[in-house]
Design a binder for this molecule. Sequence first.
Ligand code: PEP
Ligand code: MG
Length: 602
Amino acid sequence: MQTSPAPDAGADKNSSSSGGEIRLRGLPVSPGIAIGTVYLLVHETGPVERRKLKPSEVDKEKRRFLKAVETARKEIRDLRQHVASALGEEGAGIFDAHEMLLSDPAVVEATTRGIERELLNADHVFARIMQEHEKQLLSADSDVFQQRAVDIRDIKRRVLRHLRGDRRNALARLPKDAILVTRELTPSDTASLEKGQVLGFATDLGGKTSHAAIMARALGVPAVVGLHYVSAVAQPGDTIIVDGLHGEVVVRPTEKTLQEFRRRQKRYAALGTSLRKLRTLPARTLDGKDVELSANIELPDEIENLGRCGAHGIGLYRTEYLYLAKEQLPSEEELYQEFRRVVEAVAPYGVILRTLDIGGDKRPPTIEFPEENNPFLGLRGVRFCLERPDIFRTQLRAILRAGVHGPIKILLPMISSLTEVRQCRQFLREVDEELTRERIPHVSEMELGIMIEVPAAALSTDLLARECDFLSIGTNDLVQYALAVDRGNEHIAHLYQPFAPAILRLIKQTIDLGHRAGIWVGMCGEMAGDPLASLLLLGMGLDEFSVSPIVLPEIKHIIRSVRFEEAEQVARWAWAMEMATAEEVEDFLREVMTKRFPELMV
Ligand code: PEP
Ligand code: MG
């Protein structure tokens, strides 16, 4: 069973070093144990743009530069602190030199002066100054100076990254048994990854529902995120263990440690084999209550594995991958062919196809976004689609056309008001009329559901439910927005609590109000795939669980092993005991699950 991270997995308690091996603690976000070789992904910054400024732009440009320097400095200080507590002062000393360089007038003031005098952008001036320093050091015949040149390059990259935030995809050349180690993995980094290309992930940043975590589950590989500085201590080619069940990572393990993890790896594989035997059986409780158990799909080649994990259809098909890491926007024909392939592959079961949910941290290079201070509160999901009717219409046309080949339902992300639902319905009507006029085969009517992932939607479920055919609770965002905790920020990962009473109330209310309006309520957020939550959600009356294929057999096993009454009792107890904190709820559920399902504890 995948256990939730200890809430106090704080920076200074999360590492130890013995016999040459380094053990780090982070958040387990995708189950399993991987043993492989470090592939260190360093984010290159690409060619540096040279742009002439108007005199009126100079002040803003200087501020942008100083902000990037400050952020880089802060990052270095954090790194230093973490490395010092794990490896001692000696290992951390290098970061002092980095920080000093970023306070050096020959770097900082020289850049701001350059911006002002030459009327050139910060990236260009800064990169040029750093290159000059680097050249001088490289020309000296001394190891010390050569090492210093490496530091200069590192700092240059760090600041440029903060100035521009872009990155190149270097994942095409992964070796066979690679474990990807990096500071942060974004959707664009991983969009081109394919199944079997990588054995696991270990990252410095990220939370349980960051897209990197979701991607690891989609690829079916173990992952631990929020390790703070694994990318600073692991070297390319090192052996590394990623334990995605308990959130542990071991760099350069001793032989004894390797043997211990190999034994656990075998035990986990045996559990998987026995759970896979449930493949063809329904998700039915011992007393005969059926729930829908479907899969979340993030990548095209996951479709082939659906049958193997025993999913009955797709409960969340994230369409973003068709837009990310592409040179150009997908055409209607490409989208239609892809949607058709998916519905045909899943038949006789259906597909719940979510319309484009970009914005936030998913920003395809082909689409221009405005600068936003809070992208997760900005032009994201349905808001983006309503702003860009050209992109939205193309997708809706492809969906209605693909509907000819099998059952599709449409799911709208980031809905916060009924007005948005009505606007989307209007788009659908218009697109239907267009296709009819053009005599293109399509279906005119499709069930339309909405994600409940914005607290406003959860609080007005009764109003929204009147004009929708179903609801799907998106806990990944609901938790982030309701608790005001960034889902990808490892510094506050302990505050990201799906079991917080506020969240449980929102979920319960959504289920009850949806049922009262006569529609079914599902959940496609990661909480639906957390075994710890299964009995509680079942007992609250959830009709559908849409989960990552990697955890689906475990959830089916739980559902099939209990009576519905038993689950209702767990939900009632959780209520009756008036548990006031997420920790209390989690402790209670862990006790129940450990007693009831000891076989899932690996
Ligand atoms: C969610 O927010 O719970 C969800 C399923 O959507 P995503 O993770 O794609 O934002
Ligand atoms: Mg979401």
